[in-house]
Design a protein around this ligand. Structure first.
Ligand code: PGA
Length: 260
């Protein structure tokens, strides 16, 4: 696992955007896994800038989002489909037919979740999955206790997650109680993982996930088991880590080797 600690949220967004641009320029028909929430917004702004500057094209890219609130129509103000259109898709040259977000308003959850998994398999799997982390350690909407082998399915949100997201819905009661989410097993099959976290509010979840035991009670800890996982943090989110000096040495040495 590579842990990259940067000065601030702006630097985290720049790192992630540069990483994604390199991925897409190296493989124009990349399959990207995308995330929602406040954390990736800066990254998406920088991807839009890169596209506008002619540094990248998303014409042949396919995307799969991690999750969607159960019961929300794609056009709902707070749906993740709408979030993705407004924050990224509407501003770049991506083919909307190649973008996938689980259908939260589905009447047949079994079918929706099975076909989501099938669609991922059908394009040969995800090359690079972007992730955030919840204050309870969740990735996507895999809440504490989620099977580390889980697949795309309907999941109940914790009260803590609903409280964290109440800012978008006005009150906690407005936040849907369930979501369709990629499973942890699904996420772990991505060839590369890029988890971003900013702010002291995430420090405890980060320390438990990356310097604690692997456990379903802290779903993000499963990244320790992935061969190509990069965790990118600002100073606030990194605050609870005990091995900061070592992570900095690793980054410095990587840069040295790259120069040779
Ligand atoms: P946030 O959410 O980016 O809005 O903090 C992250 C998450 O819940 O995964």
């Amino acid at each position: 696992m590579r842990v990259v600690v940067l000065e601030n949220a702006e630097a985290v967004a720049q790192f992630a955007a540069d990483f994604i641009v390199r991925q897409v320029n190296g493989k124009p028909n990349s399959v990207l896994g995308l995330a929602t929430g406040s954390t990736p917004l800066g990254t998406y702004r920088k991807l839009i800038e890169a596209y506008q500057a002619g540094r990248v094209s998303f014409k042949s890219v396919t995307t799969f989002n991690l999750d969607e609130y159960y019961g929300l129509e794609p056009t709902h103000e707070q749906s993740y489909r709408r979030f993705m259109c407004e924050s990224l898709f509407n501003h770049i040259d991506i083919d909307l037919a190649k973008t996938h977000v689980p259908l939260g308003s589905t009447l047949d959850v079994e079918r929706e979740t099975a076909s989501y998994e099938q669609a991922i398999r059908g394009v040969g799997g995800i090359d690079l999955q972007l992730l955030g982390i919840g204050t309870d350690g969740h990735i996507a909407f895999n809440e504490p206790g989620s099977s580390l082998a889980s697949r795309t399915r309907l999941k109940t949100l914790t009260r803590r997650t609903r409280q964290d997201n109440a800012r978008f819905f006005g009150t906690i009661d407005g936040v849907p109680k369930m979501a369709i989410t990629m499973g942890i097993g699904t996420i772990m099959e991505s060839r590369e993982l890029l988890l971003l976290a900013c702010g002291e509010g995430k420090a405890e979840a980060i320390a438990r996930s990356f310097e604690g035991p692997i456990s379903s009670i802290c779903p993000a800890s499963v990244l320790q088991w992935h061969r190509q996982a990069i965790v990118v943090l600002d100073k606030g989110a990194a605050r609870g880590l005990s091995q900061l000096e070592y992570y900095a040495d690793c980054e410095a040495n990587l840069k040295e080797v790259a120069k040779v």
